[in-house]
Every structure is written in C-alpha cells, then in structure tokens.
Design a protein around this ligand. Structure first.
Ligand SMILES: *Cc1c(COP(=O)(O)O)cnc(C)c1O
Length: 413
C-alpha cells in the first residue's frame, strides 16, 4: 500500500494518524519500510537521504553493522531479565568517564523520563519546589515542563497543553535563552527554586547556540543561589563530541540528562550527577524512581556499541564540522542564516541567527515549508519543521555531502 492510503487508514486508528505529533506531515507523511546507512526507503519506492535520523539518535546512520551485531548478540541471550546486568556497569563506566558532571547514573527508558526524574531529584535534594526553564527549551512531554513562554521572565507558568493543571506548572518559571540577567532576576526574587534546567545548545527551536560566557554565567548564578543546574543533553550528548556540551563549553552542571545517541537508536534515557545528589535516588535514598524497562539489555547493548565506536573514532566530530561548514559555504547568506555545531545544523528563514525563542519564532515558516518540499523532491528528508534541528551521521559520506550541498544550493533560491 502507498503512503497516502496508509495514512487514510491510520487516521481511523491513531489520533492524527501518527504515534508522535511531529510526524503528521500534511497532506500525508511518507511511510518508511526500511533504512540503511544514510537512506530511508519509503513504501512508495523513494530512496531519501535522511538528515532527521530518528530525530537524533542515529549518529552512526541506520543499521550500522557494529550496533546490529551487538543487538543480535544480546537478542540471542534474551532481552529482559528484571535483574541487574553486566552491561549496565560497562555503559555506566563510559558515561561517567566522559562527563565531568557525572559520578553516578540511573538508566531509564526515555529522555522525558530522565528530565522528569532529574527534576524530582533536584526538588528532593534542595527541599525547594520551583524550577526555571528556558523559553522554547524542550525537555520531553511531561507536565512540569510543558509550559509555553510567558509574557515576562517571572510570569507564572501557563500550561502548553490541555490536561495540565495550572497548579502543576505554577512553579515552572521561564527565562529567555542567552539572558543571564533574566535568570539572576528570577532567582533573586524567588528563593524557592530547586533547579534551572536548560539545553546548553537549544535543539528544539531549530538550533540556537549559547553566546560566549552565557553558560559560565548561569553556572555562577545558580551556584550563588543554591539552585541546581541541570543540563539536558539528550540531544547534545555524544553529538557535540565526547562529553557533549559540558566538555565542549567547559561548564559542569550538577545534574545531566542524556538520551537519544546514548541508546544507539533504541529507547533510553539517563540521568546522572554528583554522588551526594544521586545518593538520594531510591533505593540508596528517598527520591523514588523505578521502571520495568530501565536499563533494558537491548538499549544498553546498542548504546555501548555506539559510544565505544565514537570514542575510538573521535576524528568523526571534526568531519561533521567540516561537513556542515561545507553546506554553509554554498548558501547565499542573503537567504537567511545558517547555524551549526558538531553534527547539528539548521537554516533559518531569518537574516540573523536567532539568539532566543522569540527571535526563532520570527522565522518565515511558509518559506521553510516550501524549502522542505523542494528538498524532499530532491531526495533529502530533513525534519518537517523550522523548529527542529537537522542531523548528520557517520554514514553521510562524500557522495551524501555533495548531494546535500547541491540540494541546499538549489532549493534555497
Ligand atoms: C528528545 C528530547 C527529550 C525527550 O526525549 P524522549 O526520549 O523523546 O522522551 C528531552 N530533552 C531534549 C533536549 C530532547 O531533545
């Protein structure tokens, strides 16, 4: 069956026809039947160069041999035990060695679960209730972080979703990204804040980089106010390099959340941090956290194979930077702004690169939509939103990069 027909049936089975909202492309999404390397194959017989990569996890591309072997090896030995496994020690050791902020980790099953648990832990550790997040920062789809940008930095949270009680998010405060003064203002006027959670590089509003000194400033300000600093590195972890944003920008948070790449394409989330904080997590301490699928053997095997490969091939991160620079060079700067870091890149239909959510929202989304369609016609799949970042993988070789450069040049005109 073709994509249009499948989607017509899906509408009667799944809300909006999909399992996650961003997949609902109008008039209908394409359906994928297989994937290998840098390419998706659709049920309509198209072969698409994939720069969405499952929204980030697939840094080695689709079905890479080393991850597949690790999964198959685990599959043959069963895939859920309900007991500890040796693999969780191996992946924990790698993560702890790679991240200056992490001395202990807890494995969970998604990035959302990781941030939800990290926030609970921060509240348990500090005995305070408020959290501050960044406008446009995304930390998964749970209640406490589903809050839209308020009209001012200290405006109380207004839920971004029906079904989230105002009371649940009343203690979720917002500040603009790249504005350390706004954070200082909130924390000086409110002494009941447990944590400031942010993506050190915003990857869910297109792509927005921290300005020089911003992350250092938030580190100092949070420390001065006894507020825990949580880096949500679900996208940036193992994407900006080994050790993610905290190593790249040399700023050490109190807690870190990981996901996506660290599961090698299978479901995973991780939260970790200083021993004195992490020792509060059950059963070591009173902050409850549990999951049937936590530390599931398949995700750990895939994640471990991915992380080990990356650590043995660190030069790949330079290749990513060269790749995204080459794309930037073919684009006429009068057509918008191009933002890139590591294997992340995004073209904004806005002449200056945005420095926060409000500026990102000024981008011309209709122009993006036309561009997205033209890219698809040229065989390139990028995430269907101006506010999602694009990704490269190790499987994007010279031919793929040449294709991508030509596509950007042709479609942005
Ligand atoms: C994707 C993402 C999440 C949520 O992870 P899931 O595995 O989809 O629950 C959280 N934080 C950031 C920064 C993300 O990009």
């Amino acid at each position: 069956m073709r994509s249009a027909d499948l989607f017509r049936e899906a509408i009667g089975l799944l809300p909006g026809g999909v399992s996650s909202p961003v997949r609902a492309i109008t008039p209908y999404p394409f359906y994928t039947c297989s994937a290998a390397g840098a390419y998706l194959e659709t049920v309509d017989g198209l072969r698409l160069l994939d720069c969405c990569l499952g929204y980030g996890p697939l840094i080695l591309g689709h079905a890479p041999a080393q991850v597949r072997t690790a999964i198959e090896d685990q599959l043959a030995r069963g895939w859920l035990y309900g007991t500890p496994t040796p693999t969780e020690l191996e992946l924990a050791r790698e993560i702890i060695a790679d991240h200056p902020s992490i001395d202990r980790v807890r494995f969970v099953s998604s990035g959302s679960e990781a941030t939800m648990s990290a926030i609970r832990l921060a509240r348990g550790f500090t005995g305070k209730t408020g959290i501050v997040k960044v406008e446009g920062g995304f930390h998964g789809a749970h209640d406490a972080v589903l809050v839209r940008a308020g009209s001012g930095a200290t405006t109380l949270g207004i839920p971004d979703s029906a079904g989230v009680p105002d009371s649940t998010v009343a203690r979720t405060l917002q500040v603009p990204f790249n504005d350390a003064d706004a954070l200082e203002a909130v924390l000086s006027s409110d002494d009941d804040v447990a944590a400031f959670i942010l993506e050190p590089v915003l990857g869910n509003t297109g792509l927005i980089l921290p300005e020089e000194g911003y992350l250092e400033d938030v580190r100092e300000i949070t420390r001065a106010h006894d507020v825990l600093l949580i880096f949500d590195e679900v996208i940036t972890g193992y994407r900006l390099g080994i050790g993610g944003a905290q190593v790249r920008y040399r700023v050490t948070p109190d807690l870190t959340t990981l996901g996506k790449v660290v599961g090698g394409g299978l479901p995973i989330g991780v939260f970790g941090g200083r021993t004195d904080i992490m020792q509060l997590v059950a059963p070591a301490g009173p902050v409850y956290q549990a999951g049937t699928f936590s530390g599931n053997p398949l995700s750990l095997a895939a994640g471990l194979a991915t992380v080990r490969w990356l650590k043995e091939h660190r030069e790949i991160y330079d290749r990513f930077e060269e790749g995204t620079r080459a794309i930037e060079e073919v684009i006429d700067p009068r057509l918008g702004s191009f933002v890139r870091v590591g294997s992340l890149f995004k073209h904004f239909f806005r002449i200056e690169p945005p420095r926060d959510y409000m500026e990102a929202k000024q981008a011309d989304t209709l122009a993006f939509r036309r561009f997205w369609e033209r890219m698809l016609m040229r065989g390139v799949f990028i995430p269907p939103s101006q506010f999602e970042t694009n990704f490269l993988s190790v499987a994007h070789g010279d031919a793929e990069m040449a294709h991508l450069e030509a596509a950007y040049q042709a479609c942005l005109s």
